[in-house]
Design a binder for this molecule. Structure first.
Ligand SMILES: [Zn+2]
Length: 187
């Protein structure tokens, strides 16, 4: 499993940087976790948006999802040239008006996620734990090949947080605590 940090700023980026976006991939699949402002531009150094197997959004604040609205246009133009399946975008179903903006023509299909959701994409298994935030938000655990990664997204401290991360034993990325340098790490 490989992690590439595409952006980690919020609620708005520094000059030349991007809001939250983390690419996780194995030999079989590539998945984007969060897709904030500027992420599409950085993503294209690694993969094209039509090559993604899925996008998973921790929550629907714009610094975590704004570029999904731009990816829709890239996919629409790509699909005029070449047939393909819609991009699956998983996200909390709330706020309803934000969730309703994700699905787009025949190029983006939105799927609600909850703490009961388990996704298997390639060899990667994704599970979701409620975060403590102003709107519905989830932390994402990714497991593959005996390794585990936890991405908190935005969350406030909560009493069981230490136990949660201790139990998960993953690498903890908190969007606002990561340095400004984008980079890639293999697990
Ligand atoms: Zn947020």
């Amino acid at each position: 499993m490989q992690l590439t940090v595409l952006g980690c700023y919020g609620p708005y980026p520094a000059a030349g940087q991007n809001c939250s976006g983390y690419l996780v991939e194995d030999e079989a699949a590539v998945v984007l976790l969060d897709c904030g402002s500027g992420v599409l531009s950085r993503l294209r150094h690694f993969v094209e948006p039509w090559e993604l197997n899925a996008v998973i959004l921790t929550h629907l604040h714009s610094d975590h999802m704004a570029d999904v609205l731009i990816i829709r246009y890239a996919l629409l133009i790509k699909r005029l040239q070449e047939a393909g399946l819609p991009l699956l975008v998983y996200a909390p179903a709330q706020p309803k008006e934000e969730f309703s903006r994700l699905a787009y023509k025949n190029v983006v299909q939105s799927k609600p996620l909850s703490s009961n959701t388990t996704l298997t994409i390639g060899t990667m298994r994704f599970t979701f734990t409620p975060a403590v935030h102003a709107i519905t938000a989830y932390m994402i655990t990714v497991e593959s090949g005996g390794k585990k990664l936890v991405y908190s997204g935005d969350t406030e401290y909560f009493p069981r947080m230490h136990g949660f991360f201790h139990r998960e034993l993953g690498l903890f990325y908190y969007a606002k605590s990561v340095g400004s340098r984008a980079g890639s790490r293999r697990f």
